[in-house]
Design a protein around this ligand. Structure first.
Ligand SMILES: Cc1cc2nc3c(=O)[nH]c(=O)nc-3n(C[C@H](O)[C@H](O)[C@H](O)COP(=O)(O)OP(=O)(O)OC[C@H]3O[C@@H](n4cnc5c(N)ncnc54)[C@H](O)[C@@H]3O)c2cc1C
Length: 383
């Protein structure tokens, strides 16, 4: 039987689930509070320079998931793109993630891989046997000099707290490569949508059974008019923040323009704590197949998220997880609502994971329709 389904949010989560349900014959209404589709992946051409701007910060597509890669390529052509990040620290420019080039340049050495391994082991603080904090973990892995130059300042700025107050789990593996590979990601498939993410999402939403309504914030009261709701907004927002607000970091982007090439790369991090921003992104370098004389850049600042700010990074420390568990209980008691995506489940999700979860969620809904079973509040556990 055909259902009328509401997708709250026209980002990747809402678009991918909506498309699957529309193709299965259901009627889908997609509403977004913003005046554009594609959520935080939204891209638009700058009127002056024609540069494709990643409006909510730079987005690079990378995945090992062949089905997800095929999915995005069905709706948009992807150009090859490798993310190569630089950092300015203590008056010099280095390559990230910390690799053999970074180590040799930083210490004025010409070490080969095995020599560099032994060298770093000699710098590491081996008195730390059971690292509990981010700082302990970094000191244990790389020692004080690399920690100060590449991890400490950036982390303080990004999270607004001392690395001593962050869990060791943030820095799970040895964050160093003993070769000259400076490709930021390991994934098999990496690329950039030729016409931007918004063009891709526009095609995903382009289906006769889908209606898109923008500038249309949705409240819990409106759910009653639909057979089912997929909610990609903030889980605490659905309940009008009645138990309090889940903590996020937000970002401020200070935009500036330039004629020519301002920094010679897409992403330049700033490791020193005295520099108030975490990085500068030069958007035309995210599309190296294009050529533009003008340039658009963002200085990126991170700070605590207030009630009127855009929530970017969930904090997910002990206090937040306790509050999240209470909201999850409320969510599980709702009828005909499924919480999805980065805000609905209060997790940081890369785009490929978002799409993978959305495909699985859409399939779960179709299977529930087939079997007559109930659709759960979550198809992934947010806790
Ligand atoms: C700074 C930053 C950089 C990133 N870079 C990368 C990257 O390089 N590579 C990568 O793979 N991933 C990256 N990501 C992750 C990527 O942004 C997410 O995977 C993706 O946006 C998740 O899509 P979503 O649909 O779940 O959420 P969103 O894109 O946030 O979409 C949710 C939508 O719901 C709408 N909404 C919320 N509440 C309501 C309401 N009550 N009523 C109506 N509409 C509502 C919002 O307006 C929004 O448009 C980055 C994320 C951030 C924060």
């Amino acid at each position: 039987m055909t259902k009328h389904v509401l997708m709250v949010g026209a980002g990747l989560s809402g678009a991918v689930i909506g498309r699957m349900l529309a193709e299965a014959g259901h009627r889908v209404t997609v509403r977004d509070a913003r005046g554009h589709i594609a959520g935080n992946c939204h891209t638009e051409r700058d009127a002056g320079s024609d540069v494709m701007v990643h409006v909510y910060g730079p987005h690079i597509f990378h995945t090992d998931d062949a089905e997800v890669w095929d999915y995005v390529n069905r709706f948009e052509t992807f150009q090859p793109y490798k993310n190569r990040v630089k950092t300015t620290s203590q008056g010099a420019v280095y390559s990230l993630p910390v690799n053999l080039h970074t180590i040799n340049q930083f210490f004025g050495q010409t070490l080969r891989p095995d020599e560099a391994r032994a060298f770093l082991e000699s710098k590491a603080d081996t008195s730390i046997t059971d690292p509990q904090t981010f700082e302990d973990q970094a000191l244990r892995f790389v020692g004080p000099q690399l920690y100060e130059a590449f991890f400490k300042g950036y982390t303080i700025k990004q999270w607004g707290c001392s690395p001593r107050d962050l869990p060791a789990s943030i820095l799970k593996r040895l964050p160093v490569r003993f070769n000259y590979d400076d490709n930021y990601f390991f994934h098999k498939f990496q690329g950039m949508p030729e016409n931007g993410y918004t063009a891709m999402v526009d095609r995903i939403l382009d289906h006769a059974n889908i209606t898109v309504e923008l500038n249309r914030p949705v409240t819990r009261d409106e759910a009653a008019g639909f057979d089912h709701v997929f909610y990609a907004g903030p889980i605490d927002g659905w309940f009008d923040y009645r138990l309090g607000r889940l903590g996020y970091r937000t970002l401020d982007f200070e935009r500036f323009e330039h004629q020519g090439d301002w920094q010679g790369c897409a992403v330049m991090n700033y490791g020193d704590v005295e520099v108030p921003y975490t990085r500068i992104t030069e958007h035309k370098h995210f599309a190296p197949w294009e050529s533009h004389e003008g340039s658009v850049l963002y200085r990126e600042f991170s700070r605590a998220c207030g009630p009127d700010d855009i929530p970017y990074y969930p904090i997910r420390q002990v206090a937040e997880k306790t509050l999240l568990a209470e909201y999850v209980d409320l969510a599980r008691a709702e009828a005909n609502v499924t919480f999805v995506g980065r805000l609905g489940t209060y997790r940081y999700l890369d785009m490929d994971v978002t799409i993978r979860e959305a495909l699985d969620c859409g399939r779960a809904f179709l299977a529930a329709q087939e079997s007559g079973g109930a659709m759960p509040a979550f198809t992934v556990n947010p806790l």
